[in-house]
Design a protein around this ligand. Sequence first.
Ligand code: FBP
Length: 305
Amino acid sequence: MSNSPIVNEILSKYESDIEGSSSTKKLQDLLNSGKLSGTGKLIIYPVDQGFEHGPDRSFSINSKAYDPHYHISFAIEAGMSAFAAPLGMIEAGVSTFANKIPFILKCNSSNSLTNIKDQAITGNVKDALRLNCIGVGFTIYPGSEFNFKLIEQACHLFREAKESGLITVLWSYARGSMSKKGETAVNIISYAAHMACLCGAHIVKVKLPTSYLEDDPTKDAFIKNNIQINTPVDRVKVIKKSCFNGRRIVVFSGGEAKNDNELLNEVKAIKEGGGNGSIVGRNCFQRPRDKALELINNMINIYKN
Ligand code: FBP
């Protein structure tokens, strides 16, 4: 299959992944997967909320969602670009769904039985290769007291992943030292997104920022240089800019379940601001399957058109 011009343009920005190397091949496969194939846009389906928030808080609203097969088959039916999950969930469906959708192995996880802003390593490159994944995912918490360790672990994992020809996705979620509101402040998300690029992530995943500016040393730069942050489109542009002036793929998380219009308006802003797509979990599995399929279809149509 030959690439669309936009896919070639995106791939050309990953200069260390020499043409023909397997990281490039895997990134190309991802960009040519699902219903957004060839558009330069992605929708990834992450199901690690059982770890992060607990199974009952995540799945009891739609009890079929306790089954890993529910999620993988949903991602395939919806035409999503990839399925991202921790080790056990991928292991539970890897042969049934082999080669039907790209898998991304989420290699660390937190849990809400503790307040500690840290993550445990639960997977590695060897697991990702054994499970035929196209890449690895990792979370860092910029601002947390554990941030330096998490950043070092991310860089270590990514080094090994690239040596094995896998792609790398970094969930960069600021939390810890800033206010709760500050976790989604545009100056903080911009900083977190840029750090993810510096860690060498192929794909950066952040929350959609608000117009709030956290009172920290980065705030002044926004005010003095009149950085536009009023609309969601402005803010997506700010984040793309902080990601090497648009040279890195950036996807935005869906967050807690919200109504269709709210989510679709966010998707319109991501598209208009030059973002590369979405990573949505709860907004899918916390809806009845047919409604979730309809939602993803509408998101795909926005990203396509
Ligand atoms: P959602 O679409 O469910 O928000 O999933 C995206 C995600 O990054 C998950 O991978 C992760 O479990 C969750 O968000 C963490 O959310 P929060 O930081 O709000 O606890």
